[in-house]
Design a protein around this ligand. Structure first.
Ligand code: ATP
Ligand code: MG
Length: 139
């Protein structure tokens, strides 16, 4: 079993897509091991996206991520890191495959509805950024 961190970003929550995104995960046999709604501060968003701090879009991205409530989840399934990224689609929704979350709902390369960890190492560090051990259910 593998775990990954998923975020329904502020645009996704604002558009009322929380239920639809969770439905897609559950339909694909992905289990939710932890879930909560948060509203990140700018500093917390900067900490989360620290790997992108030299990128030109960093300031705008962290403004966006701290602009409203987001839903953070720990997802669990076999190969869930890759599986989640497949369900999400490419970063740029214009390049995302048909039927993916970003293809169906993103409106902007930045406001792309969901985040998913991209490796076992980032999954571990991103999960511990938002959740302590007691908050994660052993499924
Ligand atoms: P995420 O890490 O959010 O799951 P990702 O791994 O598909 O997305 P990254 O390259 O890690 O993409 O970029 C992180 C986030 O930064 C993207 O999801 C998007 O919100 C934003 N972003 C990426 N590239 C751009 C860009 N060229 N212009 C504006 N925002 C961008
Ligand atoms: Mg990424």
């Amino acid at each position: 079993m593998e775990r990954t961190l998923s975020i329904i970003k502020p645009d996704g929550v604002a558009k009322g897509l929380t239920g639809e995104v969770i439905r897609r995960f559950e339909s694909d046999n992905i289990k939710i091991a932890a879930i909560k709604m948060i509203h990140m501060t700018k500093v917390q968003a900067q900490g989360f996206y620290d790997v992108h701090k030299e990128r030109p879009f960093f300031d705008s991205l962290t403004d966006f991520m701290s602009s409203g409530p987001a839903v953070v989840m720990v997802l669990e399934a076999e190969n869930v890191i890759a599986k989640n990224r497949e369900l999400m689609g490419a970063t740029n929704y214009k390049e995302a495959a048909e039927g993916t979350i970003r293809k169906d709902f993103a409106t902007d390369i930045e406001k792309n509805v969901v985040h998913g960890s991209d490796s076992p190492e980032t999954a571990a560090s991103e999960i511990s950024y938002f959740f302590n051990q007691l908050e994660i259910i052993s499924l």
